[in-house]
Design a binder for this molecule. Structure first.
Ligand code: PLP
Length: 299
């Protein structure tokens, strides 16, 4: 929990920020969303997390493509073209004079009457926020400890994890279980017992100089960082298998790492108390991460 001091600090930082809310820019300290918004009432909406490195909003088009796909699955019509949305995101970052930063884009079904019936809502709520944010797990630069939690990733036939929705209870509960057990991150299995992903990252292992990662059919978010890692591996002539993995594959991997916009690339040095490889960032990981950092800054 944030103590009073930390909360004061956070609010002070945010008081100088400007956010986009439904067609206008306002102070981040002002209220933005109605108590009757279906995003709040039901987690009924979609979002994207994007990073800006220097002047480069990394893979903005890919993030917008995923946002619009997620919204389509939820039958939410985003009330503008992707090009206009991209302009709003750029303007939000520019107005806050932010270089390296973390951008959050949220589209909910909007304000309306109570009740899950989508016809109860008038129009989507669109929010864009940006602020500086250190990579997740930057306090553990040597790698993190992860637990394979008991809670399973939501099955594709219930809510396809490829849609990045506001409903993250599955991941929140997974994270709670990992933290309560003394681990930093949760790894979830799918309904068949195959590895799916971490709470907000995709997962890779290295075995015999080859990368392996759960395939999309394992019920995962199709991560943009995951895609970038696969592209970097191709450049480095490292073979990548998108496949089914079990806990056995993780315990016996030479390297395990997770990838995501918030975390970037982070080695996992312990799974369920089993040391992975030499218990530190591996060579393949380090090579890929070095390329990743060059790529995000456009160098
Ligand atoms: C469930 C889940 N998996 C994977 C990822 C990584 O996706 P990306 O690399 O696009 O950030 C995220 C990111 O938020 C996520 O929420």
């Amino acid at each position: 929990m944030l103590d009073d001091e930390k909360l004061k600090e956070l609010n002070a930082q945010r008081s100088s920020l400007v956010i986009y809310v439904n067609g206008k820019f306002q102070s981040a300290s002002e209220p933005a969303v109605s108590a009757f918004d279906h995003g709040l009432l039901y987690g009924d909406g979609v979002y994207e997390a994007i990073r800006k490195y220097g002047s480069n909003i990394f893979r903005l088009d890919d993030h917008l493509d995923r946002l619009y796909e997620s919204a389509r699955t939820l039958r939410i019509n985003i009330p503008m073209k992707k090009s206009s949305f991209a302009e709003i995101i750029r303007e939000t970052v520019d107005r806050n004079k932010l270089a390296d930063s973390y951008i959050r884009v949220v589209v909910t079904r909007g304000y309306g009457k109570m009740g899950v019936d989508p016809r109860n809502c008038i129009a989507p709520t669109v929010l864009v926020m940006a602020e500086p944010r250190d990579p997740l797990f930057s306090q553990s630069p040597k790698g993190i400890k992860a637990k394979i939690v008991s809670i399973r990733r939501i099955p594709r036939w219930s809510l396809d994890p490829r849609a990045k929705t506001l409903n993250y209870l599955n991941q929140v509960l997974a994270k709670c279980e990992a933290i309560e057990s003394g681990f930093e991150e949760a790894i979830m299995l799918n309904e068949e017992g195959f590895v799916s992903e971490a709470s907000t990252e995709n997962l890779f292992i290295v075995r015999k100089d080859k990368l392996q990662t759960p395939s999309l059919s394992c019920g995962i978010l199709e991560g943009i960082t995951r895609r970038v890692v696969i592209e970097i591996a191709a450049q480095l002539k490292i073979k990548v298998d998108e496949t089914n993995l079990t806990p056995h594959d993780l315990y016996n991997a030479e390297e395990v790492f997770v990838t995501g916009t918030a975390a970037e690339l982070v080695p996992v040095v312990d799974v369920d108390g089993v040391q992975i490889g030499e218990g530190k960032a591996g060579q393949t990981f380090s090579k890929i991460r070095e390329h990743f950092l060059k790529l995000v800054y456009g160098t």
